[in-house]
Design a protein around this ligand. Structure first.
Ligand code: SF4
Length: 327
């Protein structure tokens, strides 16, 4: 940590490692908050091993457990994320590093909430405690936006570490959190008596779940236990989001497979809509390729974005019709 993120600070000859045990996630979150406040007040290096953080998500607290948080001598905080994928010659799989960065960004956001709360000495912490939070008296501790990623070195059992900048992931996550529909609003829109208790009969539970609107995307498969249910529902509705967020974005206002095919065949849609125009051109190219006719020249003035949209649309119409994309 000293070498990679804070070489100007005094080297950590010893680090304080506070005990964070407490009853339940709320108790552990409170304990973590007290330990962070005490570490800032004491100065020096402090390592919080598996602290517990609370983050408000759509009006409900979510409890998060980073691998570690380090408090620097200047009072700033750094998230440490430990992963099992290897770092080979100083670099690792970009997709896995990206996922780790997104995860760490959520911890950074949660720590920023704790830092802001600590600076408000004596205020209720929203977790049932008040005025005993190890407050830092108006000074908001800085949460660093470069996290420390720790991985095995070159398939060995030795650790190595690299600093990862999570500013972009933090900004995206913060924006997504502010745009989430609050749980109370979702609950208010449900019919009276809707119940999600796991001990209810399966049919009743499925009915209750289906009353909640959901926008399935393939990413859900890696992140949500309801993914197969939502995928079946999305496919039954013919939603184009089933094919991925990028396809959904390319198709603009065309939300279902039926709309897309109808627009591609010239039966509906505004011809001036770029998505409709690209679909029609893609459909013509596909028909031409299948018929083995000479290639239709691109319309005069066609530009790069139209060509790209056409390529996406070709893939999309091919995917929708269950045949391989035209080369
Ligand atoms: S799978 Fe989960 S995240 Fe995806 S739409 Fe369904 S409930 Fe939402």
């Amino acid at each position: 940590m000293h070498e990679r993120l804070d070489p100007r600070a005094e080297p950590p000859h010893r680090a304080h490692v506070p005990d964070l045990t407490a009853d339940g996630p709320k108790g552990r979150a409170k304990r973590t908050r007290l330990a962070l406040g005490a570490a800032v007040a004491d100065g020096g290096w402090t390592l919080l091993d598996h602290p517990m953080l609370a983050l408000d998500v759509a009006g409900s607290p979510a409890f998060l457990e980073p691998d570690a948080v380090v408090v620097h001598p200047d009072g700033s905080w750094t998230v440490v994320e430990i992963k099992s994928f290897p770092m080979l010659d100083g670099s690792a799989d970009p997709a896995k590093v990206g996922a780790a960065a997104r995860q760490a960004a959520v911890y950074v956001l949660a720590l920023e909430r704790v830092a802001a709360a600590l600076a408000t000495d004596g205020e209720d912490d929203g977790e049932g405690g008040e005025g005993e939070d190890g407050g830092v008296h108006g000074r908001v501790p800085a949460v660093r936006h470069r996290v420390l990623l720790v991985c095995p070195k070159d398939f060995s059992n030795l650790p190595t570490a690299a600093a990862v900048d999570v500013r972009k992931q933090r900004a995206v996550t913060a924006r997504q959190l502010t745009r989430l529909t609050r749980l109370e609003d979702i609950a208010d829109a449900l019919p009276e008596g809707t119940c999600f208790a796991p001990d209810r009969p399966a049919g009743e539970l499925v009915e209750a779940v289906e009353r909640v609107p959901a926008t399935y995307a393939p990413d859900c498969l890696a992140a949500c236990e309801l993914a197969f249910h939502c995928r079946d529902r999305s496919r039954a509705d013919g939603a184009v989001a089933t094919l991925g967020r990028s396809v959904r974005a390319d198709l603009g206002g065309l939300a279902t497979v039926e709309d897309v095919l109808s627009a591609a065949h010239g039966e509906s849609g505004d011809p001036d809509d770029p998505a409709v125009a690209a679909l029609r051109r893609a459909a013509a190219l596909r028909a031409e390729a299948l018929a083995g006719l000479p290639r239709i020249p691109a319309p005069a003035g066609a530009h790069a974005t139209e060509t790209t949209a056409g390529a996406h649309a070709t893939e999309t119409t091919a995917a929708l019709q269950g045949v391989p994309a035209c080369p």
